[in-house]
Design a protein around this ligand. Structure first.
Ligand code: DLL
Length: 426
């Protein structure tokens, strides 16, 4: 589609989405009314600037279904991701949403040459996480044979890669790297594999890691981006030229803003990605602040696609961490610890990477020095903290209890996160 036609379509869909939000979501009715915005007043795409931003806190404040625009009888799928507190961010899909979702995913798979002859192994975790089911339906739509193996049990993954003659691997880049090492340790050589394409996403990937994975498995890979609030995977993905991730711009309208001031930045500048959904029915979002930092390019791509391209995500404007594909906020850890007697509010998070797998160690100060004399009591406290963290975060963290006043204090902003993952990777 030419940019002109695409923008005309976006404008028509934007107006419709604004009206739909106004009519079906009391939160948006108030927000838009307070801001003096109506669908009729939107005459051009730049009029989007009059719509207030939506944040993760808005979704959390309406937990679980308060921002849903469709009645529950029309919702046919629910997913969720971690919120900044213990409560997840919940999203719902209508049948049309699922249809468009699989379309967007099928698109990014087709952009790298996946077709109906392929056998696709989905090594994302199936469940509330959008990654596995999102890719699953997109790949099925293309006619691939899908292997829904889920994540974990890496030796079995390697065996299936070989025995089932998997040609497309879907996972986080770090898990793909680990899998290739395990496969080689098991004596599986690339000649015995039929792998040709890797579709990696859900976390960042340096060029160095990408090269290693491609060499390790002898495949060609692309990066794809998304987030559960917006749909899941399918928001953007690379084509074979790998010069940015093409947005599904007929479904998502992207903007880049200054994350401090909220000001919209001119094309090509780096800042926080803000997305407005254009066709969502379950939970439409107007100007959603993703917190992801990137830049958007609008020039035509060598592949011929007219859809704008975002650069690889260069970081986040908040402190969300992606650990083994799972979103973790330090505030979730704080809220767990605040409810355990004997533990002080001082902590440190140490992130390391071994065998391309992320590990989280939570170092926590105890409040009573005397506890150090009782191994049994200390162990009970450690186990309590560890179990509660597992429940809230959804991943296992190593808990280390340390003596009172041993964790560094800061006069300014505390630096509680020690991320050593990239040191190990290069
Ligand atoms: O990670 C959706 C997804 C699944 C995308 C599978 C691609 C493949 P969430 O769990 O809600 O959704 O996490 C969203 O993950 O705001 C980014 O910070 C980060 N992220 C996602 N994809 C990429 C990527 C899914 N390709 C958050 N590169 C986002 C870097 C990514 N970061």
């Amino acid at each position: 589609m030419s940019r002109k036609d695409l923008e005309a379509l976006q404008l028509e869909r934007l107006k419709h989405q604004v009206q739909y939000c106004m009519d079906h979501v009391p939160f948006y009715h108030k927000r838009l009314t307070d801001a003096g915005v109506t669908a009729d007043k939107i005459k051009s795409l730049s009029d989007i600037q009059y719509i207030p931003y939506t944040t993760k806190a808005d979704i959390r404040d309406h937990y679980p279904y308060g921002l849903f625009a469709a009645p529950m009888k029309d919702i046919c799928r629910i997913h969720a991701s971690s919120g900044t507190t213990g409560k997840p961010t919940v999203v719902g899909y209508t049948r049309n949403d699922l249809h468009y979702w699989s379309d967007c995913v099928a698109r990014l798979c087709a952009a790298v040459g996946v077709n109906d002859e392929d056998i696709a192994q989905i090594s994302f975790g199936y469940g509330l996480f959008t990654g596995a089911l999102g890719l699953h339906y997109g790949l099925e739509k293309l006619g691939c044979a899908v292997i829904p193996i889920s994540s974990g049990n890496t030796k079995k993954q390697a065996m299936i890669l070989k025995d089932f003659q998997t040609s497309v691997l879907i996972s986080t880049p770090s898990y793909a790297m680990y899998m290739s090492e395990v496969a080689h340790e098991m004596g599986i050589s690339n000649d015995e594999l039929k792998l040709r394409i890797g579709l990696f996403g859900s976390e960042g990937c340096t060029d160095a890691l990408r090269n290693k994975i491609e060499k390790g498995f002898g495949l060609f890979s692309t990066d794809n981006y998304g987030m559960s609030e917006l749909m899941g995977p399918g928001v953007s993905g690379e084509c074979v030229y790998r010069c940015g991730l093409h947005f599904a711009e007929d479904h998502f309208f992207p903007e880049i803003i200054d994350s401090e001031t909220g000001e919209v930045l001119p094309h090509g500048e780096k800042g926080e990605l803000v997305i407005t959904t254009l066709t969502k029915e379950g939970i439409p979002l107007l100007r959603y602040r993703t917190k992801d930092i990137t830049r958007i390019h609008y020039e035509p791509c060598k592949c011929g696609r007219t859809h704008a391209r975002m650069e690889k995500v260069q970081g986040r404007s908040d402190d969300m961490l992606k650990i083994r594909g799972v979103n973790v906020f330090p505030s979730q850890i704080e809220s767990v610890m605040a409810n355990i007697d004997g533990i002080s509010p001082h902590y440190e998070l140490i992130l390391t990477r071994k065998n391309y797998t992320d590990y989280l160690e939570v170092r926590i100060e105890i409040t009573d020095e005397h506890l150090l004399e009782s191994f049994a009591e200390l162990e009970t406290l450690r186990k309590t903290a560890s179990d509660k963290l597992k429940t809230v975060l959804g991943i296992q963290a190593k808990v280390t209890l340390v003596a009172p006043k041993t964790i560094q204090r800061y006069e300014g902003k505390a630096r509680r996160i020690i991320d050593k993952r990239n040191e190990a990777e290069e």
